[in-house]
Each structure stands twice: as C-alpha cells, then as structure tokens.
Design a protein around this ligand. Structure first.
Ligand code: 13P
Length: 333
C-alpha cells in the first residue's frame, strides 16, 4: 500500500458512524493515580491484566474504532498471549500510540507548558508502526487564566503539534492532533471560547505551514465549557459555544473531531457530545476519544479482581454504546 492509501484506509477505519476512540494511553504515573483510586497497585502485570481485560470486551468494536495505547502496552501480550495490537485488530479496532514524551515548563512563560518528544520521533514512529500502530497521538495543554496562555505558549505548542503531525503523515501514520484547553480554573465559558478560538486558529496555521494534509488527520480538542470551579453550563450552551468556535477555525476538510473528556464525568461527556450532535449538519464527524469518561466505571467494577472481569467489560460496553448513540444525537439520559 502507498503511504496515501495507508493514511486514507486508517481514516476510513477510525471515522465511522456510531463509533469513537478509546484512549487507554495513560502514562505510568497517570495509570498509577487511576489504580490507586480503586485500591490497586500499578505494576507491569496489573496494567497488562486490566488492559488485556478491557480490550477483550466482546464486540467492543461495535462502538470503538480505535484504541490509543501507551508504549508499554503496544509491545505487551494479552492474558491469552496474543500481541495487544493483534487482539485489537481481531476486534475490528485500529491500534494507535501516544508518542509525545509529556510536558514541562515553557521557559520565560510562567504558568505555561510545552510538550516534549520531537527528538528521535521518526525512528520511534517506525518502530511503533512495525509493532502494529496505525495512528498516533500528541497532546499539548493550554492553561487558562485572565492572562494565560501566553502568545509564546500558543505559538510554540502549535509549532510542535504541526511538526509531529507532518512526521506521522510522512510515515503513513494518521496523526491525532490534541490541543487541550484545560478545564482547571474558575474561568467563564466565554473565556474558554476566546482561548480555544485563538489556539485552534494558530494550530491550523502551523499545520498548514508544515503542509499537513487535513484530510488525513483527526482533531482531538476539548469542548468549550466553563472552568471546573465556575458555575456549570447546560449541554446546549456547551454545544452552541463549541460549534461556534469550531466553525470559525476548523477546516471542513478535517474528517473527524473526536473530543477528549478532560475531567467531565462520564454522564456529562455523553450528554454534551449528544447536544453537539443535535445541532447540524456540520462538515466534520463529531465523536469521542475519551479516556476517563469511558474507563472510570470499568475500573471501579474491576477493582483489581480478575473475577470482576465481566462486570468491568459490561461497564465499558455500556459507556461505549451510549457514546455511540451520542455520536448521532440519539442518546437520552
Ligand atoms: P480524557 O478523556 O480522560 O481527558 O483522556 C483523553 C486523552 O487521551 C488525554 O490525552
């Protein structure tokens, strides 16, 4: 297959009616935090057991088109000794991989962060591709206050997102471009909208500058919501604000916008996605790429006990099904 065919096939497989992406790419410290909340110690074995269990959920592929893996999982065997990427493919699910190397302070920009991981990226991508990864993910974050994010944080993160995306496409790997405007803080929905509009405008400018083909990427943004500490907005208010910003900034040639859940509860993120899909038509598919919002109920049901396996799988299946309905505005709480 040519690189163009690889990219188009992966887009067709990822962006499908009634389906979204499962983000299971928590880094070692993040999964340790999630496991500690359910009283489980995070070890290579416990991570393998949990992830193997959820990826084996019967018919998971009905509503999940792709799974984002952490590097460790990409090379792991399931409990039945099947390579995890192969297990996903047999479920009709595309395996993907988180490739950024985390984030840290941006020098001379107090309060802002920059994402690392461009050095050596091409050779890592080649290795991940050989292990079965067909798409990748890179996350940049933007803190929000009256003054944040700074101009240099927006420009610098947009630039690295674009350079990452260009390298992925060069190797036939679909890039998921994830600019997350963080929910932490007391800011209003109007302030989130203002920051999101600016961030997306700069990100697409950088993608254009680096000649990234919009047809062969997926955008993974945050929804436009008020800060966590501010008064909540209704799903309709969130949908209206989100779509207003996206219609101004996201080219119609982008095939899919797949939201992160970013600290919303499972129920909120489903209701908000449903509201977004109740206004239309829009030029892009609007779906989910949730981590916590898909996995939290499954993790609670599992609680580290193999005997709870079926309950955990049922909990994941339920969230995937409901989000599959929200993907076309057919969910009712
Ligand atoms: P959440 O849905 O938990 O925000 O995770 C999505 C993700 O992949 C963050 O990078």
């Amino acid at each position: 297959m040519s690189t163009a065919q690889e990219l188009q096939t992966t887009i067709n497989d990822l962006v499908q009616p009634d389906k979204g992406i499962l983000a299971a790419d928590e880094s070692a410290p993040t999964i340790a935090k999630r496991f500690s909340a359910i009283g489980v110690q995070s070890t290579e074995d416990s991570r393998r057991e949990y992830r193997s269990l959820i990826f084996s959920t019967p018919d998971l592929g009905d509503h999940i088109s792709g799974v984002i893996l952490f590097e460790e999982t990409l090379a792991q065997l399931s409990l039945d000794n099947i390579p995890i990427p192969k297990l996903l493919e047999t479920q009709g699910i595309v395996p993907g991989i988180k490739v950024d190397a985390g984030k840290g302070p941006l020098v001379n920009a107090p309060g802002d962060e920059i994402t690392y991981g461009l050095d050596g990226l091409a050779s890592r991508l080649e290795r991940y591709k050989a292990l079965g990864a067909r798409f990748a993910k890179w996350r940049s974050v933007f803190h929000v206050s009256d003054t944040l994010p700074s101009h240099q944080a927006v420009e610098a993160n947009a630039e690295v997102l674009a350079r990452y995306a260009a390298e992925c496409q060069e190797l036939g790997i679909v890039p998921i471009v994830e600019p997350e405007v963080l929910i932490d803080g007391n800011h209003s929905i109007e302030r989130t909208a203002e920051v999101s509009e600016n961030v997306l405008f700069k990100v697409f400018g950088a993608l254009h500058r680096h000649r990234v083909r919009f047809e062969w990427m997926v955008l993974k943004p945050s929804m436009v919501t008020p800060g966590k500490g501010a008064e909540k907005a209704s799903p309709e208010q969130i949908a209206t604000a989100t779509l207003r910003v996206f219609r101004r900034t996201v080219p119609a040639s982008v095939p899919g916008i797949m939201f992160l859940s970013g600290g919303q509860t499972p129920e909120e993120s489903t209701a908000n996605l449903n509201a977004i899909n109740s206004i239309g038509p829009q030029p892009w598919a609007l779906s989910f790429s949730y981590g916590r919002a898909l996995q939290e109920p499954a993790q609670k049901a599992w609680a580290g006990e193999r005997s709870n396996g079926e309950k955990a799988q049922a909990a994941l299946k339920k969230r995937a099904h409901l989000n599959g309905l929200a993907r076309s505005g057919r969910y009712s709480p």
